[in-house]
Design a protein around this ligand. Sequence first.
Ligand code: SAH
Length: 254
Amino acid sequence: MSRKPATRLYVEEDLAAGGVVGLSPDHAHFLRSVLRLEPGRTVALFNGRDGEWLARIDGIGKGWASLSLEGQTRLQAAGPDVWLYFAPIKRARLDFLVQKATELGAARIQPVVTQRTIVERVKADRLRANAMEAAEQSERLDLPEIGEPGKLDRALDEHPQDRPLLVCAEAGDAVSMADAARSLSADRGCTILIGPEGGFTPDELRFLADAPAVRFVGLGPRILRAETAALSALALWQALAGDGAQRPPHRDWM
Ligand code: SAH
């Protein structure tokens, strides 16, 4: 099997045999000026719908590139159905959290404003750019859906009532995340909710306790930073109820 191209790009266009794809100025700049790729070189393209395709650069210039699709290298496959709802944290750590949650397979990432959330302005477009880059690098076949920031009560109103909602609570009684993940049948998705640096308020914990399909989960005896809590909860769920046992595609290991 021919070596897979190292570079993967997410595109909006449909990907089908014989197709020709024009890249965005940013992607064209990346290939031409950063990677210094010339016509004839190949990259992998994916769009979240049509799997992954090998594409050859026909022409490339300042702000543009045209590629022809040579063949499909991977079939589209749905990723694990795990959503991450989290209270926004400061910018650099927020970028880190979105990238890592994307690498860990979150299907949906939803900023939730709680009473002690200190960050008001969260630019969803910036989060989407972080998620796209992480999806390209981690060989995902799709992007996580990034929601517009919303208040906790509205986020819960709009949350599917029968979808398990695992609230990571650093206080009060809670089952371990591992036990909660094991108890969820693999075909049912779930949502993980992480609070802000200041934690959930007692009112919020009471509100959450009354919300449908909520379970409080613990992540051990230490108080984790929000981004640490998010990533450890996602990793645990993936290992016990998600795709943690699968191997990366296209790696001839020996
Ligand atoms: N200010 C709070 C901690 C908030 S940590 C305090 O000092 O008690 C930020 C978020 O990470 C919490 O709201 C919770 O969702 C999650 N978290 C951190 N440590 C956790 C733990 N040991 N168990 C469960 N959730 C945890």
